[in-house]
Write a protein that binds this ligand. Structure first.
Ligand SMILES: *Cc1c(COP(=O)(O)O)cnc(C)c1O
Length: 386
């Protein structure tokens, strides 16, 4: 039993918010066409460039992450042009739905849930279809926890020169290294409710000159998500339409925190939470779901006979901890725990202890404290290596 129980979000988005920063941002009135907001907007743009590791402009849009995905696709692809879609789960499938909606000719590489799309597959598809003008993929596929070899894939694309590489890094940013300029990624998409530790409502896109050339000549009508219009406005510290003012104010505080520890520090923090959680799961003899995991989310398979929904319910009702189940065809088969954003080791350790109890009561046979012990051992090793 628990007399006091606080709610803690351990889902892969929305993530726990930055409390101090958010409260301050939400109560600070600001007009989005006045000088002080323009100044803040410029600081946010510059901070985002550091997080994205790019000298390209980063546009800030008032929409969820999927709006950023849609903006990337409708601005770069005219009807009938050919796109390569790398699909490793539910968010990858969103690229297919978008392409079908907008009449884009598609070549699809679809791997089973839990697998990653490999650079060699991209290479073969680009060889077979020299008329592909853009490639769309996820850096990390949140529905399965899988991470792609983005550097390897980018190298295959850049060998060809021309095609535009679009990466949904909505859960990749801040959890895995993303070297936008060094690797030559043309469009990188982020979202406020993931590693930026804010409420949902803002998508960010970094866009290379190669991508801008496609966007400028793309013969498709666009309105709200017209990136040409946004580029013009945002060069003046404004957005084309009313921006999500309070979230952009929150973003400034989030960026202050992130840049103080460094983007690599944020990635390492997610790595610590993910590593400790996986050490516990492996100690319990359970299987990590994806072949290659990113740090954004740990997806694992509970033992046979243990109902994931029962574990989730017990975590929520007894401990106030919200974790996620599987999506799409993985519903009822896996559990997912988020590590991106505003987490520290103490919370992770507590979550592991509670998870051990919930799994045990749902039928798993686990030695009391074994998960926390594995996590503590991981923590000690992690400290030595830093
Ligand atoms: C969360 C997420 C999105 C965007 O989802 P929204 O609900 O539209 O913000 C896109 N791709 C991935 C990989 C995500 O994790």
């Amino acid at each position: 039993m628990n007399l006091i129980s606080k709610t803690r979000m351990f889902m892969p988005g929305p993530t726990p918010y930055l409390p101090e920063a958010m409260v301050q941002a939400l109560v600070t009135p600001m007009h989005h066409r006045k000088e002080d907001f323009k100044e803040l907007f410029r600081q946010v743009q510059a901070g985002l460039q550091q997080v994205f590791k790019t000298s390209n402009e980063v546009l800030i849009l008032a929409c969820s992450g999927s709006g950023g995905m849609e903006a990337a696709m409708v601005n770069t692809m005219a009807p009938g042009e050919k796109a390569l879609l790398a699909v490793a789960g539910k968010f990858g499938e969103r690229w297919i739905e978008l392409a079908d909606t907008y009449g884009i000719d598609k070549v699809v590489i679809q791997v089973p849930y839990g697998d990653s799309v490999e650079p060699a597959q991209i290479d073969a598809a680009l060889d077979a279809h020299p008329d592909i003008s853009a490639i769309f993929l996820q850096a990390t596929e949140t529905s399965t926890g899988a991470m792609m070899d983005l550097e390897g894939i980018a190298a295959q694309v850049r060998r060809r020169g021309d095609p535009v590489l679009v990466t949904d890094a909505i859960t990749g940013l801040g959890t895995t290294p993303i070297n936008t300029d060094e690797w030559g990624i043309d469009i990188v998409i982020g979202g406020s409710q993931k590693a930026f530790m804010l409420p949902p409502g803002v998508a960010m896109l970094s866009i290379s000159e190669r991508a801008w050339r496609r966007i400028e000549k793309c013969g498709r009508p666009r309105y709200y998500l017209d990136l040409r219009r946004e580029r013009k406005a945002q060069a003046q510290g404004q957005s084309a339409y009313t921006p999500a003012v309070s979230i952009i104010q929150g973003l400034k505080s989030a960026l202050d925190l992130i840049l103080k520890m460094g983007v690599d520090g944020l990635v390492a923090n997610a790595g610590l939470q993910a590593g400790a959680t996986r050490a516990a799961i492996l100690r319990w003899g359970m299987q990590i779901f994806p072949r290659v995991s990113g740090n954004a989310v740990t997806a694992f398979v509970p033992p046979a006979g243990v109902d994931p929904s029962k574990v989730m319910k017990m975590m929520r009702d007894r401990f106030g901890v919200l974790i996620s189940g599987g999506q799409g065809s993985m519903k009822g088969k896996i559990l997912r725990i988020g590590h991106l954003g505003y987490f520290d080791f103490l919370e992770t350790l507590g979550m592991i202890g509670c998870l051990e109890i919930a799994l045990t009561e749902a039928g798993a046979s686990l030695e009391t404290g074994s998960g926390c012990r594995a996590a503590l051992e991981y923590y000690r090793e992690f400290g030595k290596n830093r």
